[in-house]
Each structure stands twice: as structure tokens, then as C-alpha cells.
Design a protein around this ligand. Structure first.
Ligand code: DX5
Ligand code: ZN
Length: 221
């Protein structure tokens, strides 16, 4: 199973975003986590298609777009067209989640479903055979720099157990409050794609990435 760090550009310095993307790509990062917020599904607004389009030209990384957007089915075509390689939607934000996920897959892009801390795995059980990725939010979505919610660890373990028992092939991604103190917990619990914003972009990017990857690889199963 692959284990990858997915730096979230929500915590990047947009004054020098291109430079920072080059730095993380040179540090052997493969996934770029792009947190799109609409001010409706979550109480914050981040960025959208124009930012993705402009960085697409400069980067070979896998663009992992996380839509914290109400009724995301309205924007699938646009987020595919601007360069997303993977699109994750929230089950809490969709009228027909299964249909929207099928639409993402039909566009030739990896399809992910995300659950907020208060949403149980039961809400997405019927989607697990369809999705390429399950994103377990380990903070309330909306802002970087929050504290990891320990109550979410059991959901990661449950999703890994379900994958093993049913030969599901989805990646398990975690997002929110992941740093040197919490990263080993989530890898041991079964997560293999690790989103980190503040832990990557605050301080020396290369040093942060190297240290987080050391902890991931130490606990990889
Ligand atoms: C929450 C955001 C954050 C961000 C990661 O909606 O999705 O979780 O990606 O931020 P940190 O790693 O600083 O918690
Ligand atoms: Zn995210």
C-alpha cells in the first residue's frame, strides 16, 4: 500500500505559492491537497478554479481537490477542466452522493467521499465499493491549525477493517490537526494518505516534510 503526505495549500503563503510548490515537489511530495471552501457548507471561503488552473501549468503533483462545497455536483466539470486528478465531495453536502461520485469517475478522475467528525461510517457504507478514496475529517472542516479530534481514530480503524474484510481498494485519507504528535496514531489506525497544512507550511518546508515522512514510514503497515 502506498503511503503519501498530502500538503494542504490552505496553509501556504499565497504571496509565494509557486516557489513553495517547487520546494515541496523537490522534497518528493506526490500529492497536493487543495481545500476548496464556499462559505456555505463551511464558514470560510478559500479559493477556486482559477488558482488550480494557474498552478496546474507548473506542477506534476497529483491535484487532490477537497470540495467543502454545498451541492458540489454543480462544479464537477469545472474542477476536472482546471486540472484536478482526484475530487473528494462531502456526503453531508450532496443531494445524490452516489450519482455525483459516478459522474466524477465517468470524467476519468479519482472519486473520493468525505465524512465530517460527527458523521458515522454507516452514512457511506453503500459507497465504499465505488470510491477510490475515503477522507475522514479529523477536525470540523473550515479552518487549518485546529487540534486533532481523538474521537475520529475509531472511524479510520473501522474503514481499514471494512476494506480488509471486503477487499475494497479505497485509500484512507485524514485531514486536520495532523502533525508530529498525531501522525503515528492515524497511520497505525490505517490511514495511508495524510493531509497536513500547518505542520508542513509553518517553518522550514523541507525539514517538516522529511520529518513527517520519517514518522509515516516508521509506522507503515
Ligand atoms: C479543514 C482543512 C484543514 C487543512 C489542514 O477544513 O481541510 O484540515 O486541510 O490543516 P491543518 O493540517 O493545519 O490542520
Ligand atoms: Zn482538506
Amino acid at each position: 500500500m502506498k503511503y503519501e503526505l498530502c500538503p494542504s495549500i490552505l496553509s501556504a503563503d499565497f504571496n509565494c505559492l509557486g516557489e513553495q510548490l517547487k520546494t515541496i515537489e523537490n522534497a518528493n511530495v506526490k500529492y497536493l491537497h487543495i481545500d476548496v471552501m464556499d462559505g456555505m457548507f463551511v464558514p470560510n471561503i478559500s479559493f477556486g478554479m482559477p488558482v488550480i488552473k494557474s498552478i496546474r501549468k507548473e506542477s506534476e503533483m497529483i491535484f487532490d481537490t477537497h470540495l467543502m462545497v454545498q451541492d458540489p455536483e454543480r462544479y464537477i466539470d469545472e474542477f476536472v477542466a482546471c486540472g484536478s486528478d482526484s475530487i473528494t465531495i462531502h456526503v453531508e453536502a450532496c443531494k445524490d452522493c452516489k450519482k455525483t461520485l459516478q459522474r466524477i469517475k465517468a470524467a476519468g478522475v479519482c472519486a473520493g467521499v468525505s465524512i465530517k467528525p460527527g458523521t458515522s461510517v454507516d452514512e457511506i457504507r453503500d459507497l465504499l465499493g465505488l470510491v477510490d478514496l475515503v477522507l475522514v475529517m479529523t477536525v470540523e472542516p473550515g479552518f487549518g491549525g485546529q487540534k486533532y479530534m481523538d474521537s475520529c481514530t475509531a472511524k479510520i480503524e473501522e474503514l481499514r477493517r471494512l476494506a480488509n474484510e471486503n477487499s475494497y481498494t479505497y485509500d484512507i485519507q485524514v485531514d486536520g490537526g495532523i502533525n508530529e504528535e498525531t501522525i503515528e496514531t492515524v497511520v497505525k489506525a490505517g490511514a495511508n494518505l495524510i493531509v497536513a497544512g500547518s505542520a508542513v507550511f509553518k517553518g522550514d518546508l523541507t525539514e517538516n516534510i522529511d520529518s513527517l515522512y520519517r514518522l509515516i514510514n516508521k509506522n507503515a503497515q
